[in-house]
Write a protein that binds this ligand. Structure first.
Ligand code: HDD
Length: 764
């Protein structure tokens, strides 16, 4: 054998470059464990997941784990093979005639590898291309039998596995997470009676009332067709041209210009089914229903300047946050609530419940909590799960039904249709992530990529050769549409028209604006100012302000001031001349600040600045106290790596101000130690980080000598004093009072933002 090896061309096996005993590569089967920077992240989620470091999946609560087991691949201790399972001897060299000779066509190993690679991409989603997914479960609080027979709501404590995908709408698959945009909130319930997809958004209303306008809306908001700009942004002419000509968009625009469109985390935003659905009970009785997801962590958002900066430093900000929350055991959790109302009630409302640009105020119909959803497992493979998951609004189960919302009707068609081209054929339901946990039996056959092997010769119904199987389930078990009466006024017949109340475009836009706190109102005005200032054609800006005048004179004036528009244009003519008298004038739950959450700091990230000569004890104490509460404190230095502390110990910075700028953190701690403070003062990144924290109204803890860093960053001390006293989250520790200062900082972190400090334009 030895002589044969010697006779081979020099690098036949590339042992020198790829050898396992050269001290660089680990031997086969020995993975390098990634270091865990996450609190609580120490155990492997699943045995075969080499780069997941989070807590283990929970038995019984991750039913999708088992169903996906059959397709999971674990290459630990295995040799490379072709797709036909033939072991590959050499994965470095193509087959050639002599080492310097031509490559040979017969090289099936090379050709298979490159051919597969050539086809690795699939078309991205037409909208919602950028997204992140997670597995989890839904748990029912109480049986909801009075209203619905839907499987997930049958019994208290009943658990249904789910897969969730959050997304932005406008940007492409690789675009930034922190765009100003609507967020998709799509939930696939793998129920014991088939899959139910609740494909919602983080905003309860929509831009348009009829699916007929969806392609126009999407064309208008997407990058403009001639130059393909802008990416992941709505601040451009075609979008504002369209929406300013579609007054029905006004309500949605209020939401999209609010901080809802720049969430801090997927774990801190609400979700909504948007349309009116129906719940149906065993007796076939039905009620109308609106679905609401409310995050246990509260609703928290970014501020615009911060979102813009984050998009440069970490375009994966939300994806990373979701991944890290799950890996560290701070599972995102949401309560599902339903608003239930009857057809008779709906008829009395001042708005039409079939109009997706309207919401049902909670004062009119309260939200009843029915269960909770916990996201506790990251996908094993992004493509196989998050990219290939196919949500379809048509996928409902017995107990859930549609209303006649014309936007929903279009969606029931569109999603199945789009998957056929995106996923390459009609069998996308067989992809592991899409397959229901229950068995599928029908006479649909063949098509691209068919996986099921149907046995026997019967592929039709009725049949006697197969004993009549698969047979119709009948009304008792099967899905039966609600035999809803359509009050289609006989004399109307087939029409292309809208119900009358659809013509009221402004009442709820006003309701939303009036229900916001002054800070939120200011952010809405600023967002309109920003977006419209990017619009090049003055007539479009004017038309939009003219439309806003119908919703709120105050807002229109603020926006006009911001655009240097004087005088105001006349209000746009209204489709419905007589204003509607709404049931409620103000709905406090529409404010983000109305849902501060559970008051914890779980999942938050704090920068603990360090430099050589740092007084380590207090910093490490803050880090430990944060960890106890489920937050992550990262040691951030001018450079990464170990450095001497003032007491002779060594502290190890695992991030630098260069690779993790301050605005990526929810809070910042400035250390004590004269030498360290002097070093930090020498680095311009420090002052930038402090300014950003100040400007973005996030908590700061200032220990000992680092007080001077504030002055250095241009935060006047006189101001800082008033701000400290004003409880605005800027905490300067007095000597000997460090413990109470740390406690105050943690408290400030739980409050998230301290808008008392906000100024427009920013002073710092
Ligand atoms: Fe849609 C994707 C949400 C109106 C057509 N939509 C998509 C996704 C979400 C929504 C969350 C991403 C799902 C995922 O993560 O894979 N869409 C909404 C909401 C709407 C809405 C809440 C209004 C209430 N959509 C809407 C209309 C149409 C579509 C009116 C067409 C008539 N939506 C699509 C689509 C997409 C989609 C083209 C693109 C990729 C996909 O479906 O799977 O079919």
């Amino acid at each position: 054998v030895q002589s044969m090896v010697a006779a081979m061309p020099h690098n036949q096996t590339k042992a020198e470059e790829h050898g396992f005993d050269n001290g660089i590569n680990p031997p086969p089967g020995h993975a390098v464990e990634p270091p865990s920077r996450l609190v609580g992240g120490s155990t492997l989620s699943e045995e075969n997941s080499s780069d997941k470091v989070g807590t283990a999946a929970l038995d019984g609560l991750n039913a999708t784990t088992e169903s996906l087991d059959r397709v999971r691949v674990d290459s630990t201790g295995r040799a490379l093979t072709t797709n036909q399972g033939v072991a590959i001897a050499d994965n470095q060299n193509s087959l050639k005639y002599g080492v310097r000779g031509p490559a040979l066509l017969e090289d099936f190993v090379l050709r298979e590898k490159v051919t597969h690679f050539d086809h690795e991409r699939i078309p991205e989603r037409i909208v919602h291309a950028r997204g992140s997914g997670a597995h989890g479960f839904f748990e029912c609080y109480q049986p909801l039998a009075k209203y619905t027979k839907a499987a997930p709501f049958r019994a208290a404590g009943k658990v249904t596995p789910v897969f969730v995908r959050f997304s932005t709408v406008q940007g492409e698959r690789g675009s930034k997470d922190t765009a100003r945009d609507v967020r998709g909130f799509a939930v696939k319930f793998y129920t014991d009676e088939g899959n139910w997809d609740l494909v919602g958004n983080n905003i309860p209303v929509f831009f348009i009332q009829d699916a007929m306008k969806f392609p126009d809306l999407v064309h208008a908001v997407k990058p403009e067709p001639h130059h393909q700009m802008p990416q992941a942004a709505s601040a451009h002419d075609t979008f504002w041209d369209f929406v300013s000509l579609m007054p029905e968009s006004t309500h949605m625009l209020m939401w999209v210009m609010s901080d809802r469109a720049i969430p801090r985390s997927f774990a801190t935003m609400q979700g909504f089914g948007v349309h009116t659905f129906r719940l149906v009970n065993e007796q076939g009785e039905s009620v109308f229903c609106k679905f609401h997801w409310t995050p246990v962590a509260g609703t928290h958002s970014l501020v615009w300047d911060e979102a813009v900066k984050i998009s440069g430093a970490d375009p994966d900000y939300h994806r990373r946050d979701l991944w890290e929350r799950i890996e560290s055991g701070n599972y995102p959790e949401y309560e599902l609530g339903v608003q239930i109302f009857t057809e008779e009630q709906a008829e009395e409302f001042s708005f039409d419940i079939l109009d997706a640009t309207k919401l049902v105020p909670e004062e009119l119909v309260p939200v009843m909590p029915v269960g909770r959803m916990v996201l506790n497992r990251n996908p094993d493979n992004f493509f196989a799960e998050t990219e290939q998951v196919a949500f379809c609004t048509a996928q409902v189960i017995p107990g859930i039904d549609f209303s006649n919302d014309p936007l929903l009707a279009g969606r029931i068609h569109s999603y199945v249709d789009t998957q056929i081209s995106r996923l390459g054929g009609p069998n996308f339901h067989e992809l592991p992530i899409n397959a229901p946990l229950v068995q599928v039996h029908n006479n649909q056959r063949d098509g691209m990529h068919r996986q099921a092997i149907h046995r026997g010769r019967v592929n039709y119904e009725p049949n006697s050769l197969g004993g009549g199987c698969p047979f119709q389930a009948g009304a008792a078990q099967g899905f039966v549409s609600v035999p809803a009466r359509i009050r289609a006024d006989e004399e109307q017949g087939k029409v292309r028209a809208k119900p009358e109340k659809f013509a009221d475009h402004y009442t709820q836009a006003r309701l939303f604006y009036e229900s916001q706190t002054p800070v939120e109102q200011c952010h809405i005005a600023n967002a309109f100012r920003f977006e419209l200032s990017k619009v090049a054609v003055p007539a479009i800006r004017e038309r939009m302000v003219a439309s806003l005048r119908n919703a709120s004179e105050e807002l229109a004036q603020k926006v006009a001031d911001g655009l240097g528009m004087n005088p105001l244009p006349s209000p746009l003519p209204r489709a419905l001349p007589d204003p509607v008298t709404p049931e409620v004038q103000k709905s406090p739950p529409l404010s983000l600040l109305a849902r501060p959450g559970d008051g914890t700091i779980k999942g938050r990230k704090v920068a603990l600045l360090v430099a050589p000569g740092v007084e380590a004890a207090a910093i490490l104490r803050v880090q430990a106290m944060l960890a106890e509460r489920g937050a992550v404190g990262r040691l951030v230095g001018p450079r990464i790596g170990p450095m001497p502390a003032a007491n002779g110990d060594v502290v190890d910075a695992d991030a630098s101000l260069e690779n993790e700028p301050g605005f990526l953190f929810d809070g910042i701690v400035l250390p004590d130690g004269a030498e360290a403070v002097a070093a930090l003062a020498q680095d311009g990144h420090t002052a930038e980080s402090i300014k950003d924290q100040f400007r973005h109204c996030k908590p700061m803890l200032v220990l000992g000598a680092s007080r001077q860093l504030l002055t250095h960053a241009g935060i006047p001390l006189a101001m800082d004093k008033s701000l400290v006293q004003g409880g605005t989250g800027l905490i300067v520790a007095e000597p000997g009072q460090e413990d109470s200062a740390i406690a105050a900082f943690i408290d400030a972190l739980a409050k998230h933002r301290h808008f008392g400090r906000e100024m427009d334009p920013p002073l710092v």
